[in-house]
Design a protein around this ligand. Sequence first.
Ligand code: NPW
Ligand code: K
Length: 517
Amino acid sequence: MKIFSAKQIYEADKATIKKNNISSNELMEGAAVQLFNWLHLRIQGGPVKIHLFCGIGNNGGDGIALARHLQEHGYNIAVYVVNYSKKRSDDFLVNLDRLKDRKIWPEFLEENSVLPEIGREDIVVDAIFGIGLNRAPDSWVVNLFEHIQKSEAFVLSVDIPSGLFTDKVPKDEKAVIKANHTLSFQVPKLVFFLPETGIFTQQWEVLDIGLDPEFLANTETYYELIGKNEMLPVYIPREKFSHKGTHGHGLIVGGSYGKIGSVNLASKACLETGSGLVTAYVPKCGYIPLQTNFPEAMVLTDADEKYITNIEFDINPTVIGIGVGLGKDQSTVKALDEFLSKNKKPLVIDADALNILSENKSLLKKIPAQSVLTPHPKELERLIGKWKDDFDKLDKAKKFSKQYDCILVIKGSHTITIYDEKGYVNTTGNPGMGTAGTGDVLTGMITGLITQSYSPLNAAVFGVYLHGRAGDIAVDKTGYQALTATNVINDIGSAFIDLFAQPESRPEVNENEAPPE
Ligand SMILES: NC(=O)C1=CN([C@@H]2O[C@H](COP(=O)(O)OP(=O)(O)OC[C@H]3O[C@@H](n4cnc5c(N)ncnc54)[C@H](OP(=O)(O)O)[C@@H]3O)[C@@H](O)[C@H]2O)[C@@H](O)CC1
Ligand SMILES: [K+]
């Protein structure tokens, strides 16, 4: 699903109005009906008190129009206009008049107004600011936000939590409403997925308000949300006459004394993801543990007992995943330098190999084009430098990816893969996966996909998706706390199978046929 900028959403708005030959108010009315249907389906006419806080722009207009529908269906409502500016939008005014026609008189809240009482069991509809927010809200409006928050009522935000910008991080956390649920018009917003701004809504959902599908399909966006629908076309089916020789050969280079387990995890993940063959290249101390624990793997060893000191082999791997458990011994740094100078194979680079690159930036010029780098936040900081906020981080990551022609996988609760000016925002995974070795598993999975002829970018995006999905399937059996990297590996197969699972649905009755007796 594409993630549009605020500017593009306004353009979609205009394109829809023109193409469908409707007024902007009709578009707003459609949005309000969708909001109403959402609430009505859940509350089913219940007596719960609904407080609608509406601004004076089109977000407020949505709220006012929703209030009219709620009142028509007998809901217990209170409507407030948060009068933060005199510049009321036309569609807000039209809807305010329609409300007054029905003898509903909103309460106007100003700087010194007494704030209404809100019960814990009530519902708050937040339609104060939408995507038109362009400066921090005034302090009295922030006080209102705090008042709403203190009530502990369920907060439903219209389009976006009020006070949240679409393109920058707010300076003051209190100046944004914390929503329980946000109903985003037609498309998700990038801010729902960034660590510093995603905290303002617990859940989000898109409401289809009928924006022009052609415009949405033909407009390129800088970010895309990655779910099953985006990954299905990427999947490469197995051919009947294929064999292990055609499924590629992944080589995992890594490990040091006490960190051989990481190579075990990455190699297993590589094979489970579908690589035909996998070889692990480890210091001598890794030989017995790997051969014992993982009979499917082939093992090559360095001359040194504890560290990798020279990366040389006489096999012909399709792709090399390098860095897990590697350590940063001087002899390893030298070995990596020499290896990068002569290597021509595609690379997936992780962990200490990334740290060595950060400390020896000249080595970055030696990585092959379209190498996949998979840093966690600290490793990323070492690579691209400190960032001011999440948006600055994305800008810096894009610049870095362009400079070194590499695919940058920014690991996090919503991992974002950056390449060619574009960001792919992952939707799978869970907090249980913040545990030792899951990063090694991801490295192995991306390596395993490249062995099977996935392009490095597709391998990175698909690998991240499958990794999270495997973690989601595993966590249902283990719970968050007990989830381990091995559990994730064990459910890689289920994650593939899940790609083709049909959503559960009620058996459909064909209207032309008589229902079964
Ligand atoms: N696009 C779509 O598809 C559809 C969109 N719809 C809805 O429209 C919403 C966007 O509406 P909007 O453009 O009127 O802006 P909104 O967020 O209501 O703000 C109002 C005005 O406040 C001002 N302002 C800004 N910051 C301020 C501050 N700190 N303190 C005080 N004032 C401040 C600023 O005006 P300014 O003063 O800068 O001239 C701004 O224009 C969108 O989120 C969705 O809910 C739907 O109706 C259907 C289809
Ligand atoms: K809002």
